[in-house]
Design a protein around this ligand. Structure first.
Ligand SMILES: [Ca+2]
Ligand SMILES: [Ca+2]
Ligand SMILES: [Ca+2]
Length: 410
């Protein structure tokens, strides 16, 4: 069988697809989710597919009988977990033979946490940053970062997986009592269950401490296991937690001082990683003359203040818009969180990350005199908070309704 695979942006997702019975063979070598082999059993709908994968990630297999957009169907009934080790996963997907015409596309998509690739390794630091925090933005390697802030839906899945008993207080009661929080808890310790509030599932999770964020990263690193909060779930992996609010020096040669272990598959972005993902765009590719924008919306101009509909979606989406200055009034709030990404692609960073300015201020990994760094400003902040020259810090134990996080990974 001949195979054709390529990398293409489809519906806002980076997906890999292969054409069965196609006429050419082009195997990509740079994609995280590249299909590396495909085999269809003659006369059946069984397709054995291999693709490059990241341990801890899950995938779905989709097919389309045409070349038209919007014709993809999920072929795999359940999320397919990546191989626990190694760079490749092989899985069997089954379809009725009649669904597989002679010309048929197949693709794999990552589930749960959509990431974007931040390329251009070896970029220089921002020459124009404020004197307070000079030399930020240089990253010597390619990495990935969450396209969106971590949402209440994702965090509630985390809680339901590891916080039936909540040893480390990963849930905060303000998530329920504050209208701007998004998760409620029911039951008693030993049988806690967690539910997202109406319209809050696709909003970023707040009331999370820096340590909560580390434990979420460990859970992703460990493949989203279910169990009590221990070394196999939340306490070891990307970070080595040594107490409820303490983390060991990590083994990563560059980032270990901030707690990161070598081989971390999911971690908080370092300050440089966040800064590059948010503000960097090479001048030769349409960026600012010094390669760095002032705002993470690919602009040096103050963004339009987002407003929201009654479900919390930005309803004045345009280029260069952000949720800040208490403009997103809904659910009787003077300013509130908004649906992640709803400001539109015209306000994403160069690498396609949304809400890096505004919505929630985000934890970064950096230890700054015992505090931890925060970046990007929030729904309640002013435009200065969104800028590259603005660095915020917080006690790592603090949980606030305007602070959340996103994850990064290799
Ligand atoms: Ca600049
Ligand atoms: Ca308002
Ligand atoms: Ca943000």
């Amino acid at each position: 069988m001949r195979i054709h695979t390529t990398r293409r942006k489809l519906g806002g997702l980076f997906g890999m697809f292969a054409l069965l019975n196609a006429v050419s063979a082009e195997v990509p070598d740079d994609g995280h989710f590249a299909i590396t082999s495909i085999d269809r059993a003659p006369g059946s709908g069984d397709i054995t597919l291999s693709w490059t994968s990241n341990p801890g990630e899950s995938y779905s297999i989709e097919t389309s009988p045409t070349m038209l957009p919007g014709t993809w169907e999920v072929l795999s009934a359940a999320p397919i977990p990546a191989a626990e080790t190694g760079p490749e996963t092989t899985a069997l997907a089954e379809a009725a033979p009649s669904r597989l015409a002679s010309y048929y596309r197949v693709r794999c998509l990552p589930l749960f946490m959509e990431m974007v690739t931040v390329g251009d390794p070896g970029n220089g630091a921002d020459p124009s940053n404020s004197p307070d925090v000079p030399g930020i933005g240089a990253v010597g390697y390619e990495f990935r970062i969450g396209r969106y802030e971590v949402t209440n839906t994702q965090y509630a899945e985390f809680l339901n997986s590891v916080a039936v008993v909540d040893l480390n207080g990963l849930y905060n009661a303000k998530m329920a009592s504050d209208v701007v929080g998004g998760i409620t808890r029911s039951g008693a310790s030993g049988s806690y269950t967690y539910t997202v509030k109406a319209h809050m599932g696709d909003k970023p999770v707040n009331y999370v401490s820096w340590y909560d964020a580390l434990r979420f990263c460990n859970w992703l690193h460990n493949g989203r296991p279910t169990g009590s909060q221990d070394g196999t779930t939340t306490e070891r992996g990307a970070y080595s937690l040594t107490g409820v609010t303490s983390v060991a020096v990590g083994t990563d040669p560059v980032h270990g001082a901030n707690g990161r272990n070598a081989g971390a598959m999911y971690h908080l972005p370092s300050e440089n990683e966040f800064y590059k993902a948010a503000y960097y765009q090479p001048a030769g590719e349409g960026g600012d003359a010094d390669d760095y924008w002032l705002y993470p919306t690919r602009s040096n101009n103050e963004p339009t203040v987002a407003t929201a509909d009654e479900a919390g979606n930005v309803n004045n989406a345009t280029d260069n818009i952000a949720n800040y200055l208490r403009g997103a009034d809904w659910n009787d709030q003077d300013g509130n969180v908004t649906t992640v990404g709803s400001g539109g692609a015209g306000s994403a960073s160069f690498y396609g990350a949304f809400d890096m300015g505004g919505n929630l201020r985000e934890w970064v990994e950096q230890d700054i005199f015992g505090f931890r760094g925060q970046r990007g400003g929030s729904w309640g902040g002013n435009s200065n908070n969104l800028t590259s020259s603005n660095r915020d810090v917080g006690l790592p134990t603090l949980r606030l309704n305007f602070v959340g996080f996103r994850v990064a990974g290799p």
